[in-house]
Design a protein around this ligand. Sequence first.
Ligand code: FAD
Ligand code: SIN
Length: 569
Amino acid sequence: MQTDYLVIGSGIAGLTYALKVAQHFPEKQVTIITKAAADETNTKYAQGGIAVVNDLENDSFDKHIEDTLIAGDGLCNPEVVEIVVKEGPARVQEIINWGAQFDKDPEGDYKLGMEGGHSEFRILHYKDVTGKEMERALLAAVERAPNITIVKHCFVIDIITQHHLGYLVTKSTPDICCYGVYVLNTANNQIEKIISNTTLLATGGNGQVYRTTTNPYIATGDGVAMVYRAKGRIENMEFIQFHPTALYEAGKRGQAFLITEAVRGDGGILRNSSGEAFMERYDHRKDLAPRDIVARAIDNEMKIGGTEHVWLDCRHMETEKFKDHFPNIYEKCLSLGIDVAKHMIPVAPAAHYSCGGIKTDEWGRSSIKNLYACGECASTGLHGANRLASNSLLEAMVFAHRCYKSLLQTSSNRGGFAATPGQLSGVSSDESNTLQSGPCGAAAPSPATLERAGGEVPDWNAQGTSEPKEMILITQSLKELQQVMSDYVGIVRNTIRLERAIKRIDLLFEETEGLYQTSTVSPQLLELRNMITVGYLITKGASFRKESRGLHYNVDFPDKSDLVQNIVL
Ligand code: FAD
Ligand code: SIN
């Protein structure tokens, strides 16, 4: 199969980019591949909302920039922070134009929420199901676009590079180039290749690497693992954000229901097993301190009290107001016998967000040519060592737009498409000058040459493989990995634990590679393989970082180092 523009992932990042590209090139075909149902994404589960400067009387770009930089603990790229904050309002207006709704007060003004680390009320939201509403609006717009096809239940295995054409590719190969992807079509269990001029990875997060996570089952870090295998650059993987307040359900593993931070923004108070409102002992911002601080405080209180959770107390909040802002949470709690007006909610931290990922520049370009990355799988420099609440939906939209703008520029320089300066409006001449274009390096044919040659990319080679005899081996290895990551590479780390984790991950890697070389592939095996790679990258990043900063806390190196650096693997 060939397509003009290939998009991997149907969350906010992939859909936003696809819509823009399809609208600009009505005669071209945009193909979105997703490994699950179209809406099964992290995006769908986003609750709190989208941070954006809306009320210029009380808020300002400078304040949002400052809050983001403080949360990022010295590691944000200030230029990228400014880009995202300042371009954010225009992107939010676009999704509103595509049909997304946000709550308004009776006067018709947007209701603005408060979350940890924000100095002002600036979170646009739709009840407590903001992501579901945004995903709905985007999918409806995609449905209306005649030149976008969504291929569901197709698992992207690897990106195709010179490696697949028989060239030696190493980390120091200067012009690694992406020609498309190999996919496992789960409808017929065939592995097919898709050739494309440009590919966007928007594969989301990796929370499933841990025993409990707010992320759905699709969040297995596939994009990061693919780029790492292809010898592209990955950075800052050690910064895994644990959300302080996932609903605690005894014995449950996998996806945990989130109790949005906006509940604390509206007055919810964390209490320990003795009923004490403990956050004031940890930070002057109390329950609304940045997430790394709140999650570590809860972890500490659970250790001191020997409990598996703390409590979120909402009993003093106005019930009708609670129901109006958080109907989904209210119903979920009630279904478990928790009436928030009378009972406290048991909560515990859970893996939530990957701040690092595929290293990109300010136009979403990865280190591999013709390969963009945006959304949670990318590391743009916005989040630094800790993401500010509700900044990720914003980042995904801003960078989807920037990938699209860069694509226009590259297409026009290639002479392939008719992008005029007028069509590039919104990109200042300065910005245009910073875009590099050009075909892949001389070491390998460009995708267009490949296409003319009738496709030199070989078919997938499944020789020597057979159905795995015991699927249970895959399930058991996954449980082991999640256990290792949760026990040794969690909220509080130390050197011995990280060393232990690496040894165990090495063993899991060896066993799983053995299985991969001899078995016909399945989504379960492919995900396990990717999650082992991601677990390795998180642990390696954590071992290399000899300091404590933001989300990475190592008791053997409790202070910040003077050397402020990104860890690139
Ligand atoms: P996703 O929305 O996760 O989409 C990833 C897509 O990639 C999916 O379609 C998936 O099927 C596909 N995919 C992955 N691997 C493959 C493969 N191998 N082959 C084919 N397809 C593949 N952020 C905020 O800013 N505000 C919030 O209020 C907020 N609340 C959150 C609440 C929860 C419970 C969670 C989990 C996250 C929340 N976040 C929030 C974070 C935010 O939702 C995500 O970071 C963001 O939605 C990620 O969007 P994305 O498009 O990058 O990825
Ligand atoms: C939440 O609603 O608490 C999650 C917000 C986020 O992850 O940005």
